[in-house]
Design a protein around this ligand. Sequence first.
Ligand SMILES: [Zn+2]
Length: 277
Amino acid sequence: MVNCPTCKVRHNIHLGEKRRIIVLSTSTLHNTFLNPVCKSSFHFDLETVCGGRLQQLHKLWQHYYNKPGPPMDVVISAGLNDVARMLPDQFLSLAEKFRSDVMLNNTDNTFTMVGLMFPPKLTWFPYNASSPPQGHIDYREAFTTINEQLRILSVYPDNWVSFESEGCRSIKRRDPATGKKVSVTQHNLSATYWREYPHLDRALHLAEPKRAMLISRITRYLEFNMSPENITTLQRRAERRDKPPPQVININEMNNDSINNFFIQLEDPEYDYEFEF
Ligand SMILES: [Zn+2]
């Protein structure tokens, strides 16, 4: 038995799954399941390497997962530590190699690469509320090229999961040439969105609890695309029937103290929760 951080219940190590779901990431998703709002209704493995690069995650997968067994769904969220160090084509050929190795393991496997987030450290929008930090290099073009190809490379390009709009917003601006209002993108430059704020030259991670939403987006992506019989759903849904109605938590209103208190409450089996994002 393990105290599973993903499902937040005790369960057997071997679940007898028909498929295995494996999410590999860098610091972007590191320890997201320590945040109490992150709870999945089905089990998956989340392995992260802080500062990790795509090739390292590929090696990790080869070492731990490239074995005979049930088919697996591999979801990779990585790239922020690679983009400034190589050309988009080089990054994409590493992603393609990773995908082809996953498919060689079992033709029923699936491979998804999550669309890259645009962090202020590596990208800057012309309509941002302030000027970029001194010496800033804008890799937006590389990010856009990579994301276009990662969508095509992924198993469900029409129902893809991408972090490209995380920490950003769309605003209306009047186009000086035509006089018409047009939508433009800018970063949300505040501590609510970026962990490293106000040090934007280092801003590479979303703030808590925004970061918690990333793993929730992956679980929703998996739930949407996977047929229910392929997901090992634990029996907690049935167990909940006799409990009081769920408490609604708005995670945008949570601060560090309320998150800690909530984490203590979560241990109490009498409580059940639903989350608003
Ligand atoms: Zn689990």
